[in-house]
Design a protein around this ligand. Sequence first.
Ligand code: HDD
Length: 697
Amino acid sequence: MVNPARREDPKQEQLESRRVSPRDARLTTDQGIRVDDTDNSLSAGERGPSLMDDFHLREKITHFDHERIPERVVHARGAGAYGHFRLHESLAEYTTAEFLCDTSLTTPVFVRFSTVAGSRGSADTVRDVRGFATKFYTRQGNFDLVGNNMPVFFIQDGIKFPDFVHAVKPEPPNEIPQASSAHDTLWDFVQLQPETMHMMMWLMSDRALPRSYAMMQGFGVHTFRFVNAEGRATFVKFHWKPRLGTHSLAWDETQKIAGKDPDFNRRDLWDRIGDGDFPEYDLCVQLVPVEDEHRFDFDLLDPTKLIPEEDVPVRRVGTLTLDRNPDNFFAETEQVAFHLANVVPGIDFTDDPLLQARLFSYLDTQLIRLGGPNFPQIPVNRPVADVHNHHRDGYHQMDVHQGQASYHKNSLSGGCPVVGGEGSYTHFPERVDGAKIRKRSASFADHYSQATLFWNSMSDWEKGHIVGAFRFELGKCDHKHVREGVVEQLNHVDHDLAVQVADGVGVEPPQAPAGANHGRTSPALSQENLGSDSVQGRKVAILAADGVDSAAVAAVGDALKDAGAICEVLAAKDGFVQAANGGRVEVTRAMSTVASVLYDAVLVPGGERSVETLAEDGDALHFVAEAFVHCKPIGALDAGIDLLGRAGITGVSSAEGTVSEGGVVTGTGPGGDFSAALIDAMKAHRHWRRQKSHVPA
Ligand code: HDD
């Protein structure tokens, strides 16, 4: 479904000529010859051998044999979408990049979200960094912002990337564990490479468990360089801020979703776009004048550091809207090729050593993955800007280049294509001077201050989740010295953190802090401060059985839908349930096909017979109890309140009217009050302070 508000989209127009529909078509070979039978091979007699004459058989099998291409060495698992970017505030003072200067322009984009460690078929909800890669099809050529949902990285120098990736990927002897960092090699790497500590704090936080791709931030990570029309440079960090707020799943929940619906995030993105509930993000920049390059207590070129938003404000300059699902996963999402070196005039690199290695790696990897140098001609990768050069031939050349001369300079093609002129890319003439050395800059040496800043900035519940994550991951490590080594590193971040982790993983807690905690915080880092006022796209399960109060289902359901939520009625069987008033309530899904982990909130409407039936149903009781344990908003009306008690949830109010406490909303009668209170509870997304509950689920 395309956003009807969009008038023209040069990328979609370009793709249209490549789209192939089977409608009204006849089955043919690749040579266009109509096929009379595709179910039986050509054979000599009914039970005789197949014949080499059967070109259709041979072609069909051969193509099938060659269907697979290598998966990405990292970020293999992903989901993509098209959209557009609108600029609200011109950055012409800082950059000549046209799409960031002209507020009248709409730039088409393709975005691919991904996990990092798992294979193509791995589950979406693993603990991992999420990739957030955006290809802007600008009129000046493609600009790729290849970022993550965390603002820092594991290592400072790209030469360590293969080491890091080998450590985090499944272990060589048995290829276990899939898509998980909870194993010895990763933590062995971490304990010996303290520059990982800041990123490990992020990875152990809830940021690694996004509820939805529409509810996570994105970051360009590196410091890039803007260059304006006068040639003046400004350092820039790119951020994406989701309009729906930044929200996460519970760790226990993610593990269960990995079995119940391994495509959870992919499906969520697909459904949102299909339903017209388009994910939106603000593009934000942090700008640092070159004169201020050395004013920070860290190096701007160090990708394990962020610039606290309290130090350099984040300016919202434009909005990205994802509004079209791809037609074909392989053709588009699998074949899309991002490359950090795809920049347009006005955007340039810095000497960040991680960034520099990436400039090599992305082009290199596409050559093996996509099979040759012509991958930029694959439809999803093709710029909307004209492409003319003397690159020729190679596997799968799609263009038919005319003319005699494929070299520069030439007179035979009139000197074309002409080099240079207005709008050409000019590299920033940075002055460089130095001896060839292999040595990390002393300005990269502090590995702990920002890890401590992150820890200090967390709310109590976030700290609890981080400690739990470290305990889980280290608890999976067989080697005690690895666990000890990590605890020792954590003691440099924060003593209390190290003691709590040590306590959970059978390691002697450190006696004294390795250094004093600087006590600084950055409130912008805490998810406590990153909510939104919207319940758009949140999924609510309404539990029902025969005898349900259909008026309550309709009233609360309508209020939730008006607020943008999605309501699904769940019952023991598909079809419908008989309402208390004799009518019917349509069932969206049988409860056995779903689970509470696939919903954001639960509603138990009244109707005594319905509640009695649900109370006898283990699936229903577990549904409510589990939602409670995962700190989800729960609404219960009239007799429905009893079901909470039967599910082991104690201390629930049975007072008259609407009562909302800790995300549990009870009501007698589905008045406007109740719906409003439930929607308010849903805005908080989760009521994490509830987590000390002892409800068994
Ligand atoms: Fe990378 C893919 C993000 C460091 C080498 N990377 C890849 C993707 C994302 C990132 C989002 C998936 C793109 C897609 O959807 O197709 N990578 C990052 C970020 C990094 C980073 C934010 C640090 C700031 N990467 C990094 C380094 C190297 C690579 C240091 C190598 C020196 N990355 C690759 C790669 C991949 C890749 C091997 C695999 C598939 C691909 O490129 O197209 O070249």
